[in-house]
Design a protein around this ligand. Structure first.
Ligand SMILES: [Zn+2]
Ligand SMILES: [Zn+2]
Length: 120
């Protein structure tokens, strides 16, 4: 089976189906033939999914781990790219929660986070 890795440089990070930026990512360990790597499976609101290396910003392509700020709310790690300010909610442990619900949880968390980051 071929990896459905996309070259996001041509899409500037937007979902090729609906044109939105991804906000939800599921942390996964992908087994390769020789070694396994940690990837983030991005889940778009429209249901489209694709994988990225663990520390790559889906919007600007930033892959420098030091340029991400991490904020943890509950089970969700919000990863803020300091270069383009895009925030991705990453869930490590995937429990039996409906994906649509997870998207809502992350969307709500993003609102909380942006409120607290704006320093009120
Ligand atoms: Zn989409
Ligand atoms: Zn970025």
């Amino acid at each position: 089976m071929r990896d459905k890795h996309l070259d996001l440089r041509h899409l500037s990070g937007r979902c090729p189906i609906c044109g939105l930026y991804p906000i939800l990512g599921l942390f996964k360990r992908e087994r390769g033939e020789v070694f396994s790597r940690d990837v983030i499976e991005l889940r778009c609101l429209c249901g489209y999914s694709y994988t990225l290396d663990q520390y790559v910003c889906p919007v600007c392509g930033n892959s420098d781990k030091k340029l991400f700020n991490l904020y943890i709310i509950g089970e969700v790690t919000y990863r803020v790219c300091t270069r383009c300010k895009h925030t991705l909610g990453v869930i490590r442990e995937f429990r039996d929660i409906d994906l649509d619900l997870l998207t809502l949880i992350v969307a709500y968390g993003l609102i909380l986070l942006s409120k607290s980051l704006s320093g009120t």
